[in-house]
Write a protein that binds this ligand. Structure first.
Ligand SMILES: [Zn+2]
Length: 734
């Protein structure tokens, strides 16, 4: 489903970080500017250097393969871990126990737009999941029920009794069965009913006019199907197939799901439209819309010898060459999405659009309902055919599984068709909107659906800022953490393998991520799906030239950065994302450069000290726009009066630099009993030496390091003392 929204506008920098083990903090320094690199004795174009803070993080960095250790968890183990470690909010939504499901909907309608009347004969073929004496379906009270018939293979149609009750916004019809139906038994209920459908929720069933002729349309998500046909009102189970037959005034075209079986003129100037889908379908994705449409068909060649029609029913008054061109983009998007997500799920039937007079669009299976053909809307509803229609959220609590993916797919279209910069701008738009308010949970707690009046529940389910935008950025964060290959492997497994044509819970998606990576993602999903906040950084910086620098060597600067991190709401400290802070050069001369540091904090205050080979400027938070964070304040001049306040130890400039084989690293310990670790990393992020790992008392000392057999090049000396980190770059020349 898509509300009318402003479309925001790619830089993509994969950062390979194992989030599960980042218990303290991880500092990544990379991106020495190319021009600066040229000045170095041994240079590479891009420098990616990782510094691990904790012993476990160090292990990670020694070998990237450790990001995804094989066989660490079995599926059942991850699910077990899920139930105990994840925020309890999900506890209420594990498998909804339905007593039965509808295997097949055969919906037959006589529709009289002038009288706004609908007369229906709906047959539900039902499979019992247990021993049941009655079945509860929903049908709104505006529909008068004339008769309900029970029958099965052995029995002729038999009228049955029923009761009607409204409870908590539900319109329950309890149908008493003539005999107990045991688990696995299949029987049919035929409902004969009529009335004027009420337009509830997002529309449900609307009679209106278009181009001087009658126009009617349906939009049943999430609760509206009951306004026009009886159904078991849960997305958790799907029918195997569905048929829609509708007799309407001749002169109108009626679009629906699947393939058009027949379209025959009958008596009294009326025409019968018969549509049928052989694919599994959730009840809320069944739809009809009729108007004095003009139809045109494009073709999607999904393989060398096979093609599928893309059928468009557009309002006669809006059928223009521009609109047809806009609609034709669907073919390009089908190609893109097939490449990213795997084959279009319903290729044996069709895809298509039918215009309706409601704003936005709705992803009705195989034929979306559209107000216009903006590329973003076409992309969104098309993406839903994979996310929402093939794999459907099992509960409305899990609606982000539909909407976040469809929204992120809009971003992927921009990335692939418009380029990196446009995708970057698109993320900027999302981030601005997401962080406008301090709180917002992606997951919808059950009580916000079950106990609220349905209109409020609906607003909560489809809350744009969280269900759509934040969820989409959470997927982007996941992609950056996993890298493209792993991310899209997971997406394809999700939609093409484990949950194809099925319904799934948030826990199912997390289980696949955990199984595919072999690690726990508890912190990540708790922070970003089940919890409400995001990190806000207050940055405070100062710098000074290194004493002793002279005209013959490049001027160096000590840069001190304090990052104070707080949750936008609540007191969460761990968000499991590596947030970059870029330190640009203050002036872009021939020697300019910049450096990006990445911090994953779980402390509230970080002290970082870097030695930089350029005059630095103000720090920029999240320069790549990959993370849901907000800069609270950026100020210069460290907050504390004494420049050393809070700093437990300081690494002074190692010397000589460049060095030949022996390097002296002076360290000043400012607080008693400081645990120090000093390590050396090469430019690939590989740890090549450990210089210290010990408790130290106040005072100064030096470490002498013999580089031994290491080859010439740039090395990073990294010291961590408590939560303080210092980094110095040195050059080995042999
Ligand atoms: Zn949507």
């Amino acid at each position: 489903m898509h509300y009318e929204v402003i479309c925001f506008m790619i830089a993509f920098y994969p950062v390979f970080v194992h989030i599960g083990i980042l218990k303290s903090l991880l500092l990544i320094v990379y991106g020495l500017n190319f021009r600066f690199c040229l000045r170095l004795p041994l240079c590479i174009a891009t420098v990616l250097i990782l510094f691990a803070a904790s012993a476990s993080a160090q292990t990670l960095l020694q070998d990237k393969a450790i990001l995804f250790p094989e066989g660490a968890h079995t599926c059942s183990e991850t699910k077990k871990a899920f139930s105990s470690d994840y925020i309890s909010i999900i506890a209420g939504t594990t498998a909804e126990k339905l007593p039965a499901r509808v295997k097949y909907y055969h919906l037959d309608f006589d529709i009289y737009p002038d009288q706004q009347l609908l007369s229906g004969t709906s047959e539900l073929v039902i499979e019992s999941f247990g021993d049941i004496d009655y079945v509860e379906v929903e049908l709104a009270e505006a529909m008068e029920i004339h008769e309900i018939l029970f029958y099965n293979d052995l029995q002729a149609p038999l009228p049955v009794t029923f009761t009607r009750a409204n409870s908590n916004q539900r319109y329950i019809i309890r149908v008493m069965l003539p005999q107990t139906q045991n688990a696995g038994e299949v029987f049919s209920l035929q409902f004969r009913y009529s009335g004027t459908p009420v337009s509830s929720g997002l529309g449900s069933f609307v009679f209106t006019q278009r181009d001087g002729k009658p126009h009617f349309w349906t939009l049943s998500q999430p609760f509206g199907a009951r306004e026009w046909f009886p159904n078991i009102n849960s997305p958790a189970v799907k029918a195997d197939s569905a048929t829609v037959v509708a007799r309407i005034p001749d002169g109108l075209k009626l679009g629906s799901n699947g393939l058009l079986v027949s379209n025959d003129l009958i008596e009294n100037g009326r025409r019968e439209w018969h549509w049928h889908t052989r694919y599994p379908i959730a009840h809320y994705l069944i739809s009809i819309a009729a108007a004095d449409y003009v139809s045109f068909t494009d073709y999607f060649h999904y393989s060398e010898n096979d093609s599928m029609p893309v059928i468009n029913y557009v309002f006669k008054g809006e059928d223009t060459p521009i609109l047809r061109e806009q609609a034709f983009v669907t073919i390009e998007l089908l190609q893109l999405f097939s490449a990213l997500f795997g084959p279009y799920p319903f290729k044996e039937e069709k895809y298509g659009h039918k215009m309706f007079s409601r704003g936005g669009g709705m992803e009705h299976q195989t034929m979306s309902s559209m107000r216009n053909f903006s590329r973003a809307l076409v992309a969104h509803e098309l993406a839903h055919q994979w996310f929402g229609n093939s794999v459907t959220c099992a509960g409305w609590e899990d609606i982000w599984l539909n909407e976040s993916f469809a929204t992120y797919a809009e971003g992927l279209v921009i990335e692939h068709l418009d380029g990196e910069e446009a995708f970057r701008n698109w993320r900027l738009g999302l981030l601005s909107r997401i962080t406008e308010e301090p709180e917002g949970r992606v997951y919808v707690p059950s009580e916000q659906i079950d106990t609220l009046p349905s209109a409020r529940a609906l607003n909560r389910i489809f809350r744009f800022r969280t269900t759509y935008l934040k969820g989409a950025m959470v997927l982007h964060q996941l992609r950056v953490l996993l890298g493209d290959d792993k991310f899209f492997d997971i997406v394809r497994r999700w939609v093409q393998e484990d949950f194809r044509f099925s319904s799934a819970y948030t826990s199912d998606f997390i289980a696949i991520v955990e199984e595919e990576t072999g690690i726990s993602w508890t912190t990540f999903f708790n922070a970003w799906i089940f919890d409400t906040s995001f990190p806000v950084y207050d940055l405070n910086y100062s710098w000074l030239p290194v004493a002793g620098s002279n005209a013959t060597e490049h001027q160096k600067y000590i840069y001190r950065l304090q990052a104070s991190v707080n949750a936008s709401a609540g007191n969460r400290t761990d968000f499991a994302i590596p947030v970059e802070i870029r330190i640009p050069a203050a002036d872009y001369g021939p020697d300019s450069a910049d450096t990006t540091i990445t911090v994953i904090p779980d402390t509230k205050l970080l002290n970082i000290e870097l030695e930089l080979p350029f005059k630095p400027g103000a720090p920029e938070l999240n320069p790549n726009l990959n993370w849901i964070v907000r800069a609270g304040s950026v100020s210069s001049g460290l907050r504390d009066d004494a420049p050393d306040a809070g700093i437990s130890a300081r690494m002074l400039s190692p010397y000589p630099n460049p060095f030949n084989d022996r390097l002296i690293v002076p360290v000043s310990v400012l607080q008693n009993r400081t645990q120090l670790t000093i390590d050396v990393f090469d430019i690939t992020g590989r740890k090549v030496a450990e210089l210290a790992n010990e408790m130290r008392s106040t005072g100064e000392f030096i470490i002498s390091w013999d580089a031994g057999t290491l080859s010439s090049g740039v090395y990073m000396i990294r010291m961590q003392a408590g939560r303080d980190i210092s980094v110095k770059m040195v050059t080995l020349v042999k």
